[in-house]
Design a protein around this ligand. Structure first.
Ligand code: FAD
Length: 538
């Protein structure tokens, strides 16, 4: 198979133009072409109004060897690399050992799926509820129909933090072994559209994710894995530096020398328990800020010009960075085109924002987090000091919002002009339970407010209208990534606790759905190989 890169075609090209482009590029005839498939499709929007598709194509031809020789100097024609996934291990059929996976976010789900596929029959423990019940609790809270439930919300429950999300599936992690492809392939097997395999920056959308998570659960169970909900791990048994098992909130003890810790970045009680048990943890940088909402049409116009609204382009996104005079960096994060700002708290009396979209991305507003990078020097103390810092900001946001889970908000024009907001303009915020207008400058440290005040006009130079008076800021965004790292060695085990495999976002080894899934695969492989090695030794 040949891989052709940088094949550019106009946005509205007919389907058969791809074939014509292949024949032209390779200078072959129709008879020599057996088949082709799209490996990746992105677009080049640098020239507004003249946006082109850029393809990577895999081509099967009768002349492969000849063409590779003839075009050996052309960097855009290579042999297609083998990206298929091969399991690293297979459990013996009589294996009595069962690894434990804590958490059913993307990291835990993929760790569990891989272990199950390799025959290791994992026991997967999740503190929250099955995704359908969790959806009822979370949406009930957002719509003011039910109370906030600290064990069933936007962070906790089947599918993890990304279940009610835009489902963006891209990451900047290095992935030489193509684990990302395995994650996407399994998501397609579980019901995601096959287009996620070839579209650049694919997304799934929240409602589709719910079905996918259920389908992955069914697959794990059919392979001998067991998933237990409302099973919060409350303690961990470590004997002479070796993990021996976990205790659930119910008091039940489950023994295992292999525990994958995929608890996400909001499992603050679990982090405290691990810290108290002496598991090595260190503080790490993260970011704080607000969500900002603009009309989606403003972003589309700026990015796509005359082609704004084209059905193949969909709703436009953006990515912005500004380096401030006070040494801070402000950047956009988790941008949700045509989406909603959502309540993402996991503790009572504390308030956190985040964003989500449906597959269609057709809500009226674009939203993204506008956040400032901070480091442990900003929150001195022990390894968990970043959590105390987050909590203080989230409590303040709860108070500023009126103590009812409404989020504190301010219009961008008022924020930049140092005056509280009293009424919305043209942009109506999407956050439910509601937005309580006021003065957001009280919600974050002065250096963060100064940095965001400097960044918004700078962003306006890149996206005209970004600092429009009526755009709405909603606070606060504190869970951009984990405030800790549970350090591990090259074999993926904790630095000081044998058999404990810190994984995913909570442990500081992933940021986002795709990278968390990739980390889950890597950790599952490490667990499987370790079990097999130890079986031989015994
Ligand atoms: P999590 O997904 O956080 O999963 C951890 C799981 O562990 C949870 O289900 C939790 O209930 C469980 N758990 C915690 N403690 C315990 C315990 N003691 N016992 C048992 N179970 C426990 N990322 C993207 O890439 N694209 C997006 O579009 C996107 N949008 C997002 C939108 C929202 C609203 C949110 C909140 C996040 C979004 N993210 C997005 C981030 C993404 O969801 C996370 O990076 C990802 O889910 C991390 O995966 P994880 O498996 O490491 O942890």
């Amino acid at each position: 198979m040949l891989r052709l890169t940088e094949v550019k075609l106009p946005l509205d090209h007919p389907e058969d133009e791809i074939k014509t482009a292949i024949l032209k590029k390779l200078q072959i005839t129709d008879e020599d072409l057996i088949s082709y498939s799209i490996f990746k499709r992105s677009y080049d929007a640098r020239k507004k109004g003249e946006i082109t598709f850029v393809y990577i194509l895999d081509v099967e031809t009768t002349l492969e060897t000849h063409l590779l020789k003839r075009l050996k100097k052309d960097p855009h024609v290579i042999a297609t690399p083998d990206m298929s996934y091969r399991p690293v291990a297979q459990a013996p059929s009589n294996l009595a050992i069962r690894p434990i996976v804590i958490g059913t976010g993307p990291c835990g789900l993929f760790a569990g799926l891989m272990l199950a596929q390799m025959g290791f029959c994992p026991i997967i423990l999740e503190r929250g509820k099955q995704v359908r019940d969790r959806t009822a609790d979370t949406f009930g809270f957002w719509k003011k129909k039910s109370d906030f439930n600290p064990e069933s919300n936007a962070q906790f429950g089947e599918g993890g933090a990304g279940t009610f999300s835009d489902g963006k599936l891209y990451s900047q992690v290095k992935d030489p072994q193509h684990y990302g492809r395995k994650v996407l392939t399994e998501l397609v097997n579980a019901g995601a559209s096959p287009e996620i395999l070839y579209i650049n920056k694919p997304h799934i959308g929240t409602f589709k994710l719910v079905g996918i998570v259920q389908s992955m659960r069914a697959k794990i169970e059919s392979l001998g894995g067991e998933i237990r909900f409302q099973s919060r791990v409350e303690d961990i048994n470590i004997e002479n530096g070796q993990v021996r098992g976990v205790t659930l909130a119910s008091g039940e003890y489950i023994a295992s020398d292999y525990v994958v810790l995929a608890v996400g970045h909001s499992a603050r009680d679990t982090f405290q328990m691990l810290f108290d048990r002496g598991v090595y943890i260190e503080a790490k940088p993260f970011s704080i800020g607000f969500r900002v909402e603009h009309p989606q049409t403003l972003i589309d116009q700026c990015r796509f010009g005359a082609q704004a609204g084209h059905k193949l382009l969909g709703a436009a996104d953006y990515k912005l960075v500004h380096h401030c005079q006070n040494g801070r960096s402000v950047y956009s994060f988790c941008m949700c085109p045509g989406g909603l700002v959502v309540a993402a708290a996991s503790e009572p009396g504390r308030l956190v924002t985040n964003g989500m979209s449906q597959y269609s991305r057709n809500e009226r507003n674009a939203n993204s987090a506008i956040v400032v990078g901070i480091t442990p020097e900003d929150y001195p103390g022990n390894a968990l000091a970043g959590i105390d810092f987050q909590r203080r900001l989230e409590e303040r946001a709860f108070e500023l919002g009126g103590g009812t889970y409404e989020a504190p908000g301010q219009l961008v024009g008022d924020f930049l002009n140092h005056r509280p907001s009293t009424a919305f303009g043209t942009v109506k915020p999407s956050y439910t339970p509601g937005v309580h207008l006021g003065d957001l400058s009280e919600s974050l440290p002065d250096y963060a407010i100064a940095a965001i005040r400097e960044a918004l006009p700078a962003f306006d130079k890149q996206i005209k209208g970004f600092a429009m008076d009526d755009a709405v800021l909603t606070g606060v965004e504190t869970r951009t990534s984990s405030p800790i790292r549970i350090k591990r060695k090259e074999d993926y085990q904790s630095l000081n606790t044998v058999g404990l495999y810190p994984a995913g976002e909570g442990a500081g080894y992933a940021g986002g759905i795709l990278s968390a899934g990739i980390d889950g695969i890597k950790v599952a492989e490490a667990v499987a190989l370790s079990i097999l090695r130890n079986c031989v030794v015994y």
